[in-house]
Design a protein around this ligand. Sequence first.
Ligand code: SF4
Ligand SMILES: [Zn+2]
Ligand SMILES: [Zn+2]
Length: 313
Amino acid sequence: MKCRVCGQPASINLRSYKTALCDSDFIAFFEKRVATTIKKYRLIAEGDVPIVAVSGGKDSLSLWHLMNKLGIPCDGIYIDLGIEGYSDKSLDKIKKVAETLKRKVYVFPIGSVFDRGIDGLAKAIRRVPCSACGMIKRYMMNRICMDKGYNVLVTGHNLDDEASALFGNILYWKKEYLWKKDIALEAKEGHLSRKVKPFFLCSEREAAAYAIMSGIDYVYEECPFSMGAKSLTYKGMLNKLEEKSPGTKLMFLKGYLRALKERTKNEIDLQEETRETKYCVNCGYPSYTEKCTFCWTLEKFGLHCNIIFDEYC
Ligand code: SF4
Ligand SMILES: [Zn+2]
Ligand SMILES: [Zn+2]
């Protein structure tokens, strides 16, 4: 198999694009696609101050590297879940990338703030680990953005993540979530930062290949709490479809973005959340109840909402 651009031996076969490429031509191809996505969907505008949510995995570290390479300077945020043998390893990789990029990374260490890791914290607040993790990540990432002057939170959600989430929402007709998987989620001035996903149309395999070919050292292991997650089953099913018919996942998501745009005003009004967003009496950030779950959790542990996070440069 030869590289379609230079004729040298190809290192990756991209069946959905009917092409095969060598390392350097794949890197150029991938970067161009992400740059085009950012431009086409207006993910970053002039004057924006974006920050990347990093986990230590292939997607977020590739994205962080790529954004800076494209000339969009970005710092990073890491929520340290305090999982033994996993979180420390992830932080080490993140610090190395931060050093290479010469960018700052903010770290919120759940283990030292709550005196226990995500598992213990979840038990204390009677949630499953992923639910406690989602609540803390959503809150802290937004909080760091707002407090530190970043207006766009950039996340590494890829084509496989988004296609499996959409597939799950359709399978169970979760209408309340169906139209909330957009490539860009709008800000609420002064309360909620804008969120964008530049890898929305890039597969997990492409992000991993980009990381390896660019020499980015990432954590290969997945979070131990992801074992048995439904999303992994959906990803497996979609990959079987993709194998039979390359390009299916990409068409699924491109079609979704088109359908989102084509919704009529009436349909949008019907589908949009009718519940009015309130703001937490304690911290002022969005909440459906008087006090947000994060503040409620802090209080349970006798902590206050003027949280401290670590900064590494
Ligand atoms: S799998 Fe791990 S990182 Fe993902 S939501 Fe669950 S606890 Fe958080
Ligand atoms: Zn080539
Ligand atoms: Zn609050």
